[in-house]
Design a protein around this ligand. Structure first.
Ligand code: AMP
Ligand code: MG
Length: 404
């Protein structure tokens, strides 16, 4: 069976060869968090725009401080934002604040802590090197330099940079629309009272949230019954969007119709099983030129397989590079043991109370157990090549997106 890393590669390959050019739109800067930049962003002027003091202190000529102590005459006080057109000459200094422009003549700033007041003068008690405590004009960026390239993901620092250069409206790619179609005769909507053997549609809720977190636009459809004609009609509707994500109906049961219906519609499949638990029956293909994921219906399977396989597709349709899975290593709190030769993604908690990351598997009842997953901040990854690990072993951990 296909290892999950290979299944992911198939997703990346299929999407990269078939990905339409992403469409663009303009959004207000404060709405652009998590979006993907569609055009270059250049520096509108030099940064810093002037020689900037990084300290509260005195702008001096470093050569004046060759022999200490030395008393310098204060010729001005310069606050951040002030315009001062005078010049500091030999034997003089200007009191200056953090963020203010260093005046002509001065080539260093002495921290106030290294001086002593003396009437209209100040006594310098430490030497200073030329350039000390000054960020020269244009040293962060020259005017016109490209600061961000198309495809950049806009996090808070990128937004700050856009703000700095005066970009109040941002040219971004349109988020891919991701249709979400749950299936199953037993499924009722969240606002409904389920019958004794019915369950509420939690998958559409988690999938919509995961689509948002991944940077897509969720389009929830009504639940499809386990009946081919109605299922097909809803699949056709879902295929109007960029990606269709189904939950349920991909296992071996008599009423698991998703693959059959998709096949009848002419779908091409890249995989229909992956060597993981939970999530083994996950399906990925294209149908009518759109990407289709058939995720198993058990809620934890749905969530894990979305993270593994759908996120990179959303990234690429968003105009970005597919992000790698953000694994890190943690020390096992207690031994783990699995039998099936599959890579396991187990609900777990990682904490740093001892200073190093320690991960503990949580008790759970298998892939339907949302109660357990909601207590977990990560998945403990047990590779199929090493199903047994001892306490203290370093293992892979996959953070739960949006929580850790
Ligand atoms: P399936 O993959 O269709 O065989 O479903 C596997 C399990 O997941 C069954 O116990 C279903 O009742 C449950 N399930 C399927 N769809 C949903 C859903 N939308 N929300 C919550 N649980 C679901
Ligand atoms: Mg079902």
């Amino acid at each position: 069976m296909l290892p999950y890393a290979e299944a992911r590669r198939k997703v990346v390959e299929a999407v990269s060869t078939r990905c339409p050019a992403p469409r663009r739109e303009v959004v207000a800067l404060h709405r652009a968090l998590g979006r993907i930049l569609a055009g270059e962003v250049r520096a509108d002027r030099d940064y810093p725009p002037f020689d900037r003091s990084t300290r509260d202190g005195f702008a001096v000529r470093a050569a004046d401080l060759a022999t200490l102590p030395v008393t310098l005459q204060i010729i001005a006080e310069i606050k951040a934002g002030d315009t001062f057109s005078g010049e500091v000459r030999a034997g003089q200094c200007a009191q200056i604040m953090t963020g203010a422009a260093v005046p002509a003549g001065a080539d260093a700033v002495v921290m106030i802590e290294h001086t002593r007041p003396s009437g209209a003068s100040v006594v310098m008690e430490r030497k200073v090197a030329p350039g000390e405590n000054i960020v020269p004009r244009g040293s962060e960026s020259k005017a016109g330099k490209i600061l961000l390239q198309p495809g950049a993901r806009l996090g808070y620092a990128e937004l700050a940079l856009l703000g700095q250069v005066g970009c109040a409206d941002v040219n971004v790619y349109r988020r891919p629309r991701v249709a979400i179609l749950s299936t199953g005769d037993e499924v009722v909507e969240v606002g409904q009272q389920p019958g004794p053997f019915q369950i509420r549609n939690s998958n559409t809720v988690s999938l919509a949230a995961q689509v948002e977190l991944a940077g897509g636009e969720p389009v929830p459809l009504p639940n499809a019954p386990d009946e081919a004609t109605k299922l097909r009609a809803l699949i056709e509707r879902g295929l109007e969007d960029d990606i269709l994500v189904l939950s349920g109906g991909v296992s071996m049961g008599k009423y698991d119709l998703v693959e059959t219906v998709l096949r009848d519609m002419g779908a091409e499949f890249f995989f229909d099983a992956v060597a993981i638990r939970p999530g083994k029956p996950a399906v990925f293909g294209t149908c009518n030129g759109k990407f289709v994921f058939g995720l198993p219906g058990n809620p934890v399977s749905t969530m894990v397989t979305f993270e593994l396989f759908v996120v990179p597709a959303i990234d690429m349709l968003n105009g970005a590079a597919p992000r790698p899975l953000p694994f890190f290593k943690a020390k096992l709190a207690a031994p783990v043991k699995q039998k099936a030769t599959l890579t396991h993604f187990l609900p777990a908690n990682v904490e740093w109370s001892t200073g190093e990351p320690v991960v503990k598997e949580l008790p759970w009842q298998g892939s339907g157990d949302i109660v357990a997953l909601a207590q977990a901040n990560c998945y403990l990854v047990v590779p199929e090549t090493r199903l047994e690990s001892a306490a203290g072993d370093w293992v892979d951990v996959l953070p739960r997106r949006g929580v850790l």
